[in-house]
Each structure stands twice: as C-alpha cells, then as structure tokens.
Design a protein around this ligand. Sequence first.
Ligand SMILES: [Zn+2]
Length: 117
Amino acid sequence: MSEERIFSARGIPKWSVLSDDFRRRFWKKVIIRGADDCWTWIGHRDREDYGRVMIFAKPYPAHRISFFLYHNGKMNENKLICHDCDNKWCVNPNHLWEGTSKEHGFDHANKNKNRQV
Ligand SMILES: [Zn+2]
C-alpha cells in the first residue's frame, strides 16, 4: 500500500487501514481494569517512557491510538491527547481528552500549582 493510502496528510493512520486484528493486538498489550482505573500499556515504551505502537513501521504514542480506536477514528488531528491522570503508561480512554497545546500547557500548569499547595 502506498503511504498516502495509509496515512493522512498529518501522518495519522487512516481508520480504514486499521484491521480488527490490529485492534485485538493493541488491546492485548493493555492491562484493562475498571472504567475509572488506569489501564497500563505493557507494550514497547520509548525513551520518554510513553507507550509506543508500530503502525506500518511508524511509531505512534499508544495513548493516542487508544483514543483513536475507542472513538472509532474520530480524532481532531490538530489536537493533543492529554492524560487526566498524568500516568504516561495509562491508555484508558476515560482518562484521555483532546486538547490544544495551549490547553495542555494550562492543564499542567494548573496541576503543578495544585501540587505546590
Ligand atoms: Zn489513567
């Protein structure tokens, strides 16, 4: 398959190329707990300690793909996927939200402020 049939302009894999088999394999690398608990990614991790999943030989952040799969490919490519729980290995879609880099920075600043109190 050519690159443009697999990836969108921004390099996100197209929903149609992710097979049921891929989805099964993805969730096999996750310790799924209760809806409110952190779901731990047990697959490969990158140097920054985030989960990584290979899609057609390109590495993707596992939490981003989790969000992508959970929402059936409905993801704003211009936004970041942020963690509510600040747990880098967590891929629980309930702990993930779409935000701009500005919102993401604000979220972190807020959390740090709370931590200092
Ligand atoms: Zn979590």
